[in-house]
Structure formats: structure tokens, C-alpha cells
Design a protein around this ligand. Structure first.
Ligand code: FEO
Length: 500
């Protein structure tokens, strides 16, 4: 161990049990604010205002990341019409540290930011939480510009760095493990392993002075930052949530179990600010985004909602899908969305599949199998490990319909997949008798959705008063709060709840 590195024991206890964590239970011990429960806002004069995309996160933690509005496809796969931000941060203490870098496409603005923030000071440490090149392709240039900077990362990260950029850091690397600490003067950083969130070498870095968790890809989002750095400066739910969900589900969605493990570890440290590598920084309402992550990573539907996805060539299957969607809506389901699988990017469909409880699939038969874009979508659902969903199926074939059986085979491989109603088979275009079958299918789907939606409503009717957690805003419904109650989001006890 390097003499600069210490050890911290508190992370050890919470690593177990990730696989069995329920949605809210995953956050059982989390503490997302200080004892006073106050959100942290740096109210001082922004020292670096007017320098590129620089913004202060706290008194001495500075954002030096850059947004890329030219990129069309993230990872050369995912359309990002709103661009993306590559986030990087500087800690200004007795020693200076840079946390992650940026993609090579934005290094001009990045070094302008970094140079201004360091203001002639040495860079003492470069902390590499994640080695994917959207965060690491500027490392080589950082090491040339700052020859005395030491690189703090996992051993796995150092190997990948060498693979990508022929960058051997054996003479300047500090290789850290779970719970290792690094003192910068006022700040002590603790390193937290987060393998497969999103690559195996990933770690997160926690600063005990500010309560900042530099969370690598976790809690990130597609979308360029537009001057606003903090999630509380934008209408996140309206303008960012779909892209945050699409980002999570497509990039990290497969690794829900590993995300649950990190959420459990996060519960052992008092996080006040989440600084991800993409998208807005979280300093308020952390429980809200953490609960989203808990739902997504446990494959729990976010909404009692229906997505209808159709693959159609000459309109017959599209007509059947439209009819089912209309009839489900007429039965009282408000949240129904219809998608043409040929037109909608599969990453959008994956995001919606993580949101919705029910998925209706309507496919023509093509080359004796599933229509190719639909098959691609289903295989992507399997690749992303989607679980706990209810499916309803419609197949079409002009002479030998086969897509229904084959769709069911793929979906049957998903954990806890269930099927609602009978598969409807149509020949070329829906006949009068097909409409009866489609109506029966719509009835079954609507009944299943509404049955799921009724549960909390019934609980609410009998619940009585509401108790609101002062720290994270979680609401417990009931006349009395049990003496041994613990907030499922932040772990606060009954003394931190206010009766409303
Ligand atoms: Fe944003 Fe996994 O890199």
C-alpha cells in the first residue's frame, strides 16, 4: 500500500445481501443528508463564474466537465439529440485532485477549464473512477501537462488504461481497494468498489468533508448541460427523467444486482451530493433519484402502465395494435403508449419497458419468424435482463403465422415474465372475429393493470395520516408510526418524521 493511502472500515458491513434486496429495502441504511437533514447548497460567490463551463459544486469542489452537442450516437449506438455531458471535478485542498476526465471530443474546453481552476497550482492526483474512454481519453494529455500528478485508480483500471492508450502508470499509479482513503488536507477521500456499474474496474469516491459521492456512471443521464449544473435548477422529472431512465436502462440495466450492491454500500455513508460522470449533479431530493435507481435495478415497474409495440408492414398489425390500445384506454387505463418498432429506436423501447408494468407485442411473421426489428427488441430486453413484466401477444401471418410462439419462447426466458390473455392470431388484417379476440385481450390487460394500480389506493383509504421523513421526503401512511420504524429510503428513525 502506498504511504499516502489509509484504510476505512465502515464500508465492510453493508456489502452482503444485494441479490435479495427489495426495491425500497435496498436503501435500508442509507443516510443522504447530515444530521440536520439540510440540502447542501454552496451560497458563496461563484469564484469561477465566466470561465467556460466551470461551476462551483461546493466551496472547494469545482465542476470542470464539458458538454458535447455535436455527438449523434453515444457509444456509437444510442441517439442523443440532446447531447451529453462528460463530467469532471477538481478538489482544491492542500493537495489538488482531478476526478475523472472527459471524452477526446471536448478536450479543448476541458483544459481551458482545468487550467483556469488550478490557476497555476500543481495537480497532485488524478482519480480515475471509470476507464471507459468517454471519461478517460484525456488522461494521457493530463499526465503530460501535469507530470507530477499521481494516478489513483483500481489495479483493473490501470490495465485497461494501458490497453486503450498504451499508458503505463506503474511508476506513478496508486492502486486502491475497497475502503482505502486518501487525505488531501481538509478532505479525506474514501474509495468504494463498484464493479460492473458499468465496467469491472469502476470505483466511486466519497469525500467525507462535503458528503460528495463521485458516483461514476451511476445517477447519470444523457443530455448536455445548458449552464444549469444541478438537478434542482431544471425540471428534472419533465425534461430529464426519460433520458436518465434510457441512459440507466441501456447502459447499466443488465447489472441490476451490482447496482443494488452499491446502493446498499451507499447506505453506510452520509451522502449529501451526488456527482455523476454524466448529467446534472444532485444536491437536493436525493431520495427521489435513489428510489428510481432502486426500482430500475430491482426490475420493478416504475408505473402501472402499458406499452404497445407493433411491427407491421402493410398496416394490418398496426390496426390491431391501435385497436387494443384504444380498448385498454377505454377500460380506464390512462397510461398507454404505442410504438412502431421499426421507427422507434430500440433504446427508447428499452427505457419504456423498464417503466411500464405491461407490454403488448404485435408482430407480423417474417421469414417464418418474428419481424426482424421486433426480434431485435425482444433479444435486447433479454440482454438487459428485464424481469417482472406482464406480456400480451398478437401475431399476424398471411399463410402461416409463427411470430407468437417464437416471441413467447424469447420472453419465457425472462425472469418472472407472465402472460396475460390468449395470443391473438390474425391473418393479414383483423377480421370481425379477430376484433372480438382483441377485445378480450384488451379486457385482460386492462384488468391486470387496474388490479395492480388498486393496491396502493386501497391502502391509502385505510391508512389515515401521513408521516413525512424530514431527511428524504418519504411518506409513511398510517395513524401511528411504529416505534421501530426505519425510513426505507434513508434509514431515519421515527424522530425524524413529521405528521401531516
Ligand atoms: Fe460514461 Fe461507462 O462511461
Amino acid at each position: 500500500m502506498s504511504k499516502e493511502i489509509g484504510r476505512r472500515e465502515f464500508l465492510k458491513a453493508a456489502v452482503a445481501g444485494a441479490a435479495g434486496l427489495a426495491a425500497a429495502g435496498a436503501l435500508g441504511g442509507a443516510a443522504f443528508a447530515d444530521e440536520g437533514g439540510e440540502a447542501v447548497k454552496f451560497e458563496g460567490k461563484p469564484k469561477f463564474a465566466g470561465i467556460g463551463s466551470v461551476r462551483s459544486v461546493t466551496e472547494d469542489i469545482v465542476y470542470v466537465g464539458v458538454s458535447d452537442r455535436r455527438i449523434q450516437l453515444f457509444e456509437n449506438v444510442y441517439p442523443i439529440p440532446r447531447g451529453v455531458a462528460y463530467n469532471s471535478y477538481v478538489i482544491l485542498d492542500e493537495k489538488t485532485a482531478l476526478v475523472d476526465t472527459v471524452d477526446r471530443s471536448v478536450t479543448g474546453q476541458f483544459f481551458e477549464n482545468l487550467t483556469a481552476v488550478l490557476d497555476g497550482r500543481e495537480l497532485d492526483y488524478l482519480i480515475v473512477n471509470h476507464m471507459e474512454p468517454d471519461h478517460s481519453s484525456a488522461i494521457s494529455e493530463v499526465l503530460v501537462r501535469y507530470p507530477n500528478a499521481k494516478v489513483v485508480c483500481t489495479m483493473a483500471a490501470s490495465l485497461i488504461l494501458n490497453q486503450f492508450f498504451a499508458c503505463d502508470i506503474s511508476d506513478r499509479g496508486i492502486f486502491v481497494r475497497e475502503g482505502d482513503t486518501l487525505n488531501l488536507g481538509r478532505h479525506t477521500l474514501t474509495f468504494v468498489q463498484a464493479p460492473m456499474v458499468h465496467w469491472p474496474e469502476v470505483m466511486m469516491t466519497f469525500d467525507d468533508v462535503s458528503g460528495v459521492l463521485f458516483s461514476a456512471d451511476a445517477f447519470g443521464s444523457f443530455g448536455a448541460l445548458n449552464g444549469n449544473l444541478f438537478a434542482d435548477e431544471v425540471d428534472f422529472e419533465k425534461d430529464w427523467l426519460p433520458d436518465a431512465r434510457r441512459y440507466y436502462c441501456n447502459i447499466v440495466g443488465k447489472y441490476g444486482q451490482q447496482v443494488q450492491a452499491v446502493l446498499a454500500k451507499a447506505g453506510t455513508v452520509p451522502i449529501k451530493i451526488l456527482c455523476p460522470t454524466h448529467g446534472p449533479v444532485w444536491r437536493e431530493n436525493l431520495g427521489w433519484i435513489l428510489e428510481k435507481y432502486s426500482l430500475w435495478s430491482s426490475y420493478t415497474p416504475e408505473e402501472n402502465a402499458v406499452m404497445v409495440v407493433y411491427g407491421s408492414v402493410y398496416g394490418g398489425t398496426e390496426s390491431a395494435a391501435n385497436a387494443v390500445a384504444a380498448m385498454i384506454s377505454q377500460k380506464g387505463v390512462a397510461d398507454v403508449a404505442v410504438y412502431d418498432v421499426s421507427k422507434t429506436h430500440v433504446s427508447e423501447l428499452i427505457g419504456e419497458a423498464f417503466r411500464c408494468s405491461h407490454i403488448v407485442l404485435a408482430s407480423i411473421t417474417y421469414n417464418m419468424g418474428i419481424f426482424t426489428p421486433m426480434k431485435n427488441f425482444l433479444l435486447d430486453l433479454e440482454a438487459h435482463n428485464l424481469q417482472n413484466r406482464s406480456f400480451a401477444l398478437i401475431e399476424n401471418g398471411s399463410w402461416s403465422p409463427a411470430s407468437g410462439k417464437q416471441m413467447k419462447e424469447i420472453l419465457g426466458r425472462l425472469a418472472s415474465a407472465s402472460f396475460v390473455g390468449d395470443t391473438v392470431t390474425i391473418f393479414s388484417s383483423p377480421s370481425a372475429s379477430d376484433h372480438e379476440a382483441l377485445a378480450a385481450l384488451a379486457d385482460a390487460v386492462a384488468a391486470s393493470v387496474l388490479a395492480g394500480a388498486e393496491l396502493p389506493a386501497e391502502e391509502t383509504e385505510s391508512a389515515g395520516a401521513e408521516w413525512v421523513c424530514d431527511i428524504c421526503g418519504y411518506v409513511y401512511e398510517g395513524d401511528e408510526l411504529p416505534e421501530d420504524f426505519k425510513c426505507p429510503i434513508c434509514g431515519a428513525g421515527p424522530d425524524r418524521f413529521t405528521k401531516k
